[in-house]
Design a protein around this ligand. Structure first.
Ligand code: ADP
Ligand code: MG
Length: 683
């Protein structure tokens, strides 16, 4: 197997510098890359019976040529080759355009296989190629079609793959253990690779696909779960032996009872903290599902044994908001808090750092300002990272390194479909809060056209008359701050004309300084503003319960996840809230998104649809994805094999045999496990 990884495609006969380069462009460097460069489809070259063919279907017909072929030239460089074949006593006219050179393969009285598009009305075939020529050999039944490029054609790729197969097939060793091949009735890897390219029939093709998909998932799951295991063992994390009474007391004095989902989350987290492992857990739940109180419980637990906590959020507004809500949650307790962002004044910052180092602060909330070098803790044992996907790997690591294998709790309000969390976050334990606190009124969502705006203004006025507030989101202009600002400004003017002076209209946009934004948000929070026109700087988590209306202009420009986040800004109080999507979508997808948004408020359902519509690579946006790429497997389509692979990987990892037996060497190499040597390879 090693040879396959080491040998370069450049060593194949017929692959010179140019082709090597072209292959490289397609991501193919080693023989292994080439052998696993699978076709994206196969052309069915089996001979068809005329009766069964549908109009416009691409088929192969076989028949005897009944008269000499006729070539006609016309225009500049245009040609038409026509002839007729006898297919089971039906005379079928065949026409090729601009391939007059095929004439020499068409001989009267000889049998011919022609691949083409069937015209059912005229009972004739528009030829694409003659089978038995260069690209397709006579007895090939399913021709592999590869993604090619302008530098290398699909036919050449096919030839090179075949050559690699002929030369190196002996080197392919089995990856999956025998018991799995048998349990799931899969093909040996070597056969699977062969049949991915050159299948004899659809059954073999499917079995090959199943085998490759399972193998990809299995190797991947072993890798992430191994990392998780390593992390827990080696981390030899702190056992935070918290005071259970204090924790119970904390939850008992809350004005509400935790939902069952919250209770389960609290149990999972406190169990992690108590054990001498390093917690590495993702807490996900829709906006408003009550994650903050769960995180607060963890902070209380740490505090009960004088262990410090750090809480990091991606923006200043969010950090401040978390700070505020924690402060009110912790009011009855003797928990010393601090807020650290880049706007913290130097003097204050110095004092804060000194206190932190002396252990006089129990919980510090902040932005990435927390990871600066001079921020030193006395005993950091718990880290909470909000909206973790918005931090880079190094930022998260920098914070972790401020403690001694601290427990880490990630939080996200972006509901992540299960298949995606099993892959992108496979090395984490995932806890999902899938239940809303009781008594919440779901946000009523409407989709209107632009021409209905005058009616909308009336509805907004009704809400404002009830002493409520509203958010107005201006259209999103991709990659142009300037246009964003221009749009938002115009929109604010329109709303001012309609609503001022009776109502106070303000504008919030990305070009404002952090302080200006903060001031505006504070004013909105204190109801000194009624209508807040904003670009999407209104971030996840901003909390103004008195706001009951969310209007999103050109809503079709936003992705589903973002629309859901924006809608989550309302419906946070006791009053009925509304979201209005203003859109005249041009495309089908825009319409579909509007329909999804008006039909459900379930974040997980929406995120699943989002994943299906956009695909896993786009799910988290461009910046950071962490979603692995599979060659054949598709985490949306292939949920079941993913579950099975995950289960089997977990079991195999527990076997001593897996670590020691030479039998598993190939698998260990693929997974990236060095013999006897286990590094802390997380992040
Ligand atoms: P998240 O952080 O998940 O968006 P929060 O923790 O901010 O949600 O909770 C939203 C609101 O719901 C807060 O005002 C919080 O006090 C309240 N809340 C949380 N849990 C419950 C519960 N079990 N019952 C009633 N209200 C709750
Ligand atoms: Mg929150």
């Amino acid at each position: 197997m090693d040879v396959l990884f080491k040998e370069s495609v450049g060593d194949l006969k017929g692959v010179g510098a140019k082709r090597k380069e072209a292959l490289q462009q397609l991501g193919i460097e080693s023989i292994w890359d080439l052998l696993t460069y699978f076709p994206f489809r196969h052309e069915d070259l089996t001979v068809k019976d005329i009766e069964t063919i549908e109009d416009r279907q691409k088929v192969v017909l076989q028949g005897v040529v009944i008269a000499p072929a006729h070539v006609q030239f016309y225009g500049r460089r245009k040609s038409r080759l026509s002839f007729r074949i006898n297919v089971d006593h039906v005379i079928v006219p065949v026409t090729f355009f601009n391939q007059h050179y095929l004439e020499k393969q068409v001989n009267e009285g000889e049998s011919l296989k022609v691949f083409g598009t069937w015209d059912a009305q005229r009972m004739q075939l528009s030829g694409i190629k003659i089978i038995g020529s260069q690209t397709a050999n006579q007895n090939e039944k399913f021709e592999p079609i590869y993604h090619s490029s302008k530098d290398i054609s699909h036919a050449i790729i096919k030839k090179i793959v075949k050559q690699a197969w002929d030369t190196f097939q002996q080197e392919i060793t089995e990856v999956l253990p025998d018991y799995l091949l048998q349990r799931y009735q899969l093909m040996p890897l070597k056969e699977a690779i062969y049949n991915m390219h050159f299948p004899e029939n659809p059954e073999l093709m499917n079995l090959a696909r199943e085998t490759i998909i399972f193998t990809e998932f299995f190797v991947f799951q072993l890798r992430v779960q191994f990392r998780r295991m390593v992390h827990k063992n080696i981390g030899a994390g702190q056992a935070i032996d918290y005071d259970l009474d204090q924790l119970k007391n904390f939850f008992a004095q809350l004005p509400f009872e935790l939902t069952n989902a919250q209770k389960e989350a609290v149990n999972a987290i406190s169990a992690d903290m108590k054990r001498p492992i390093q917690m590495y857990r993702l807490l996900q739940g829709d906006v408003g599902s009550g994650k903050t109180i769960v995180a607060a419980g963890a902070i209380v637990a740490a505090h009960s044994v004088a262990v410090q906590s750090a809480f990091m959020a991606p923006t200043e507004i969010l950090a401040e908001q978390h700070f505020d809500s924690l402060q009110s949650i912790f009011e009855p307790f003797d928990i010393r808090m601090a807020l650290l962002t880049s706007s913290t004044k130097t003097k204050e910052r110095n004092e804060l750092l000194a206190q932190l180092e002396k252990g006089e602060i129990d919980i510090v909330v902040g932005t990435h300002a927390l990871i600066q070098e001079d921020v030193i803790f006395q005993h950091l044992g718990l880290i909470i990272i909000d909206e973790q996907h918005r931090f880079g790997v190094n930022q998260r690591k920098a914070l972790r390194e401020k403690g001694k294998h601290p427990d880490v709790l990630f939080m996200t309000a972006t509901p992540i479909p299960r298949t995606l969390s099993m892959t992108a976050f496979g090395e984490m334990d995932v806890t999902t809060i899938d239940e809303m606190p009781p008594g919440r009124l779901p946000v009523k969502t409407y989709w209107i056209r632009k021409k209905q705006l005058p009616q909308l203004y009336k509805e907004i006025k009704k809400e404002l008359d009830k002493n409520s507030q509203a958010y107005i989101i201006s259209p999103l202009i991709e990659e142009s701050d300037e246009l964003d600002l221009e749009n938002a400004t115009k929109l604010a003017e329109v709303y001012s004309e309609t609503f001022a002076p009776q109502y106070r209209v303000a504008l919030l946009h990305g070009r404002m300084s952090a302080q200006e934004k903060e001031e505006t948000m504070q004013q909105f929070k204190h109801h000194e503003i009624d209508l807040l026109v904003s670009t999407t700087v209104i971030e996840v988590g901003v909390d103004v319960p008195n706001a009951t209306m969310m209007v999103i202009h050109d809503a079709d420009r936003f992705g589903l996840a973002q629309l859901h986040q924006l809608r989550g800004r309302v419906g946070r109080g006791a009053k009925q809230s509304y979201a209005v999507l203003v859109a005249d979508p041009k495309g089908e997808n825009g319409v579909k998104r509007m329909q999804i948004m008006t039909s459900t408020t379930d974040g997980f359902e929406i995120s699943q649809k989002d994943l299906e519509m956009r695909g896993p690579g786009e799910f988290f946006g461009k910046r950071q994805s962490g979603v692995p790429e599979f060659k054949v497997a598709d985490i949306v389509e292939d949920e079941q094999p993913l579950e099975v692979a995950r289960y089997e990987a977990a079991h195999l990892l527990l076997e001593d045999d897996f670590r020691k037996n030479p039998h598993y060497q190939v698998l260990r190499t693929l997974v990236g496990i060095e013999d006897g040597q286990i590094n802390d390879i997380l992040d």
